[in-house]
Design a protein around this ligand. Sequence first.
Ligand code: PAP
Length: 320
Amino acid sequence: MSKINESPNTNNKYEKKISNLPQDDGWKPVGNLYKYQGFWYGPSLLQNVISAQESFTPQPSDIVLCSSPKSGTAWLKALAFSIVSRNQVNDSTNPLLKKLPHEIVPFLEIELAQDSNNRNLEIPFVATHIPYDSLPKPIIDSECKIIYICRDPKDVLISHWNFDQQVSGIGSESFPLEEALEQYCKGIYPFGPYWDHVLGFWKASLEFPEKVLFIKYEDLKTDGPFHVKRMAKFLGHPFSMEEEEEGDPEKVVNMCSFENLSRLEVNKNGKYYLPDLPTFVNKSFFRKGKAGDWKNYLTDGKAAKFNQIMAEKFSGSGLV
Ligand code: PAP
C-alpha cells in the first residue's frame, strides 16, 4: 500500500517549521497533513508551497490558473491555452492532441517550486492549487491575470476520493467514502477547506474584477462558448466578429471537451512524471467529467447535510 506524498526530506530547511504545525492524519491516502496559513497540505507539497512563496516571480504576461484539486484544473488549462494560442495552432497542430494539459501548463507548487526558471516561457501559463491568500506575493502585486474554476463540492469530493484511492492504492475498505465525507466537512484534506479556498478567490474576483475571473465548472458544461468568450475577453484575446461567425469559440470548446480529450491516445495510455511524486497515469485525470456524479455515491440525506454545511460557510458571500 503506497501513499501519495513522500515523507519530508529530513535535510529540508523547512522541516522544523513544518513539524511545529497542527497535524491530522484522517485523509488516509496522503497520511499526515499540516495546517499552514489556514489550509491543509501533505509535507512534500507544503515544502514546495513555502518555497514558491519565497522564490517565485511570474513573467508580467503570465496567466495564473487556480483551482482547488479536482475542480476542473486540466479542463481550465486546456481551454485557456487553446484560447490564447488559437492563432498559432489549429485543430490538427494543437499540442493538446499529444500532451496531457498538465504537461502543457506546469504547476507552481510542483514543477516550478524549486526552480521557477524551469519552464517554457513561450507558454505564458502557471497553474496552482494554492489558496488566494497564500499565493506568492509577486503574483498578487503583478499585472498577471488569474482565472479560478470552482465546482460543486459534492462532485469535488467524489472526484478527489476516487482519484486518491486509485493513485495511493488505498482502497475503499481502508478509506470509505463516509470517512472522506467527514474529512471534507471538517475541511481537512489536501488544500482544504474547500469553502475557504473558493471564498478567497470569490472575494478577490469581486474586489479586483480586472485581475481575477471566477468561473464555475457547471456553467462551462451548460454554455461552454459563452464562457470561453468571457475568458478570452478577460485575457485580452477577445474573439473577433469573424471568429465568432466561423464558430471559433465552439471549436475551442469541442477541442477541450471531456469526450475529445479523454479519447486521445496520450490521455488513454500516457503517463505523467513529476518530481517527488509517484508517476500518474494520464487517464486518472479523465474519470467521468460530469456535473452531478455525486448522485451515484451520496444519499439525498447526506447530500442535504453537506449542502447545508456549504450553504452556512458561503452565507453572506453572494456565492451560491
Ligand atoms: P487535478 O486537481 O488533479 O488537476 P482536475 O483536473 O482539477 O484534477 O479535476 C479532475 C476532474 O475534472 C475529473 O472529474 P471526475 O472525477 O468527476 O470525472 C475529470 O474527469 C474532470 N475533467 C477532466 N477533463 C475534463 C474536461 N475536458 N471536461 C470536463 N471535465 C473534465
